[in-house]
Structure formats: C-alpha cells, structure tokens
Design a protein around this ligand. Structure first.
Ligand code: GRF
Length: 195
C-alpha cells in the first residue's frame, strides 16, 4: 500500500502508522507527508524517519478548491494510493474526495456520528456521556462522515479535563488506525466501492 499522510499538528497518528510499518504489522510505505501548518510537529517526525514531507500552506491559496488541487497533484506526484487524514484540520472539498474515491481514511476523536467537528472531546465532556471514543472511517465530503471502518470505546471519568480525556482517546486511536488502514485496503474492492 502506498500511503500519503495528511497532518496539521502533533502527528502522533502519523508516528504510529510509521511504526506499524517498521514493525511489520502494516504492509505499506509512506510515500509522503503533507502538512499545512509550518510548525506542525508531524514534519519533525517525518524528518526523523526519513519520510518526505511537503508543506502546503492553505494561506497561500485563494480557496479550498485550489488548495485541494495542489494536495491532489502532490499526492499523485508521489504515487499515493491511499490517503490518511491523521489530524488534518482543514475542511476538504470534492476536488480531493473525487480524486481518491473511497480511498481517504480519517481518524476522529469521538464515536461517530456523535460529536462531529473540531471540538469533539470538549463536546463529549460537556454532554455528560460516560463513554466516548474514536472512529476510523472512509472520508466523504460531509465532515466526519462516511463508512465506519473501526471504533474503540473509552470511558469518561469524573475528573476528566479535555486533555486527560483526549490522551485516553489517543491511546485507542493509535491502536485502531493502522488496523483500519489494513482493513480498508484489503476489503475496498468489495465493501467501499459501493458506499
Ligand atoms: C486526533 O485526536 C485525531 O482524531 C484528530 O486530531 C488529532 C490528531 O492528533 N482528528 P495527532 O496530531 O495525530 O497527534
């Protein structure tokens, strides 16, 4: 599997995918990391692992479509088959979705369809749910929507802050994301082409 990873921030999910490949648990290569934030730690992680990293700053583009067009060109240039949005904090357009139909995987810190969007952890806390979690899914145009690949449940504890809850969720993200990539890649011919 030739993977392209898109990340905006810390990149711990990038790291676990790279580690799963190194450990022989995921039969894949990371062709390129695309990041949009010049200070994203994900870029440092890529450099440490010898993975090519390309900065595409959304601020340099007129609109989301032009930005996505540049992303698509970059992914194609690096011969990417599967796109992993590992903490990609930009809304995507049909330009990206249509270029990789059913081949974009997103990881999100809630049990979708609950708590879509960028404040999922805070919203779970505020709502009073006792269980939340994370979801790996095929990305569609609508944010945090699309066929679910894997989920993991995480308890919400009485003294949780957004930070402690997010840390507990991330342990599960790191477990399911590499598995979800393998699941999607090896079942795509049957299940997701119809989605
Ligand atoms: C994760 O919680 C992911 O679910 C969300 O953004 C966060 C990225 O974390 N979409 P990291 O940058 O991979 O550490």
């Amino acid at each position: 599997l030739k993977l392209g990873i898109m990340a905006s921030g810390n990149g711990s999910n990038f790291e676990v995918v790279a580690q799963a490949i190194q450990d022989g648990q995921l039969n894949a290569q990371i062709q390129v990391l695309i990041y949009n934030n010049p200070s994203a730690k994900a870029a440092v992680r890529a450099a440490n692992r010898g993975v090519e990293a390309v900065l595409l700053n959304h601020r340099n583009y007129k609109n989301r479509e032009e930005f996505d067009e540049q992303i698509v060109q970059t992914l194609q240039k690096y011969d990417v088959e599967w796109v992993i949005m590992a903490g990609w904090m930009r809304l995507v357009t049909e330009v990206l979705i249509d270029a990789f139909p059913n081949k974009i995987i997103n990881i999100h810190p809630s049990l979708l369809p609950s708590f879509k969007g960028v404040h999922a952890v805070e919203q779970a806390l505020a709502s009073g749910v006792k269980i939340t979690g994370c979801t790996a899914h095929i990305a569609c145009l609508e944010v945090d929507s699309g066929p679910i690949l894997m989920q993991a449940a995480v308890p919400v504890l009485a003294d949780d802050t957004p930070e402690t809850l997010h840390a507990r969720i991330q342990i599960q993200e790191h477990r399911i994301l590499p598995q979800a990539i393998a699941l999607a890649a090896y079942s795509s011919k049957t299940a997701f082409d119809k989605a």
